[in-house]
Design a binder for this molecule. Structure first.
Ligand SMILES: NC(=O)c1ccc[n+]([C@@H]2O[C@H](COP(=O)([O-])OP(=O)(O)OC[C@H]3O[C@@H](n4cnc5c(N)ncnc54)[C@H](O)[C@@H]3O)[C@@H](O)[C@H]2O)c1
Length: 370
């Protein structure tokens, strides 16, 4: 198969959909790989690395879209890319269709095969191509929280791990899923006194078994949250209710009871946020302060560490890309239920129910297109 990897043109997006290692793997299996010049630079991969892996460099995005049977990307196509996509071309990337009618209509019109990372789903209902970004954001939440707890950034002025003779900082994590677990590991590793709250008792049992002694678990409810937020230095929001807006667990009135200089990191901001006072921020201006409490609410946290994020993402996306390249999208989707779930739009037809429902469009089962 002929595979094309354009440079991401969305503002501040430095990730790339294929590493030189991934390109080498595809080339080894007899595929042709075309990379847009400088596509990997933002993630620390230079053109020579791709050339050495057997890929061919193309100077313009038009040439990459023009030659490829499958385009591998990171973010959804943006306006200038819409008309570059050809009928029948496979576009394998994050789409998040339900949040953009314009994008959905554009992909219906151009007749492409849209395989969305975010809906590839394993039989246990987990989303393997979303997990790596949750892992990055979870680990990063503690790093960012620790930074903003420093006095120069407006924080309370505590060191997460404390020192001999001084107790460690207290970290509260709301939600013990992927983000919460990775945050807990990082905070615990730094020596903080960590509490994870969740509504899933089975999950809390599991976390209690595997976490070190400086991580405690607690049932999440309004009463407990209200009490805990008053005594913690760093509070991380990591809840998710699949397909729904995040519940507002930390309310405006609770904020008045929180000590000045406390840091709130709302990782769930991309689902509306689990703190009532959350509004999305960017890496350029990541924080704001209300009632002397610092809020960090960056919606694309992994964007700050593109090198790590690119490698983490492509570790997960490449195995599916190899299947598509090997068998063609139809056979790959027939053979793999997770990949079949990734099909969102095929030849102008919406084949993912959630997308059809979002914009009242006709829905056809993905199987009917194979
Ligand atoms: N800001 C970013 O850059 C970024 C990056 C990656 C993920 N995220 C977001 O982080 C959030 C968490 O993702 P995840 O992968 O960890 O999800 P997950 O499904 O693995 O975990 C969510 C957890 O929240 C728990 N939960 C639900 N309701 C709760 C409540 N009322 N109180 C306490 N816990 C509750 C669930 O039981 C589950 O354990 C999502 O909104 C995701 O979109 C944001």
């Amino acid at each position: 198969m002929i595979i094309g990897v354009p440079q991401e043109i969305k503002n501040n997006e430095n990730r790339v959909a294929l590493t030189p290692a991934g390109a080498a793997e595809l080339v080894k299996r007899g595929h042709e790989v075309y990379i847009q010049t400088a596509a990997g630079t933002g993630s620390g991969f230079n053109d020579e690395d791709y050339l050495a892996a057997g890929a061919v460099l193309l100077p313009s995005i038009e040439e990459v879209y023009g030659i490829a049977e499958m385009i591998m990307k990171v973010k959804e196509p943006v306006d200038p890319e819409y008309q570059l996509i050809k009928k029948g071309q496979i576009i394998y990337t994050y789409f998040h269709f339900a949040s953009s009618e314009k994008l959905t209509k554009a992909m219906i019109e151009n007749g492409s095969i849209c395989l969305a990372y975010e809906t590839v789903e394993l039989d246990d209902r987990s989303l393997p191509l979303l997990v790596p970004m949750s892992e990055v954001a979870g680990r990063m939440s503690v790093q960012e929280g620790a930074k903003y707890l420093e006095k120069t950034f407006g924080g309370y002025g505590v060191l997460l791990g404390g020192v001999p003779g001084v107790p460690p900082a207290k970290v509260l994590i709301l939600g013990g899923g992927i983000v919460g677990t990775e945050a807990a590991k990082m905070a615990a590793g730094l020596g903080a006194d960590v509490t994870i709250m969740d509504i899933n008792l089975k999950r809390l049992r599991y976390l209690d078994d595997i976490m070190p002694a400086n991580v405690k678990t607690m049932m999440s409810n309004d009463y407990n949250i209200r009490e805990m937020v008053q005594t913690h230095d760093l509070i991380i929001g990591a809840v998710l209710i699949a397909g729904a807006r995040a519940p507002r667990l930390l309310t405006r009135d609770m904020l008045k009871t929180i000590r000045p200089g406390t840091v709130l990191v709302d990782v769930a901001v991309d689902q509306g946020g689990c703190f009532e006072t959350t509004t999305p921020t960017t890496h350029a201006d990541p924080t704001f302060t209300i009632d002397d409490v610092i809020h960090y609410c960056v919606a694309n946290m992994p964007g700050a560490v593109p090198r790590t994020s690119t490698i983490a993402l492509t570790n997960s996306t490449l195995p599916y890309a190899l299947q598509i390249a090997e068998k063609g999208w139809k056979n790959a989707c027939s053979d793999s239920r997770p990949l079949l779930k990734g099909l969102n739009i095929v030849h102008g037809k919406v084949v993912y129910q959630g997308v059809a429902e979002a914009f009242h469009l006709p829905f056809e089962k993905a199987e009917s297109q194979l």
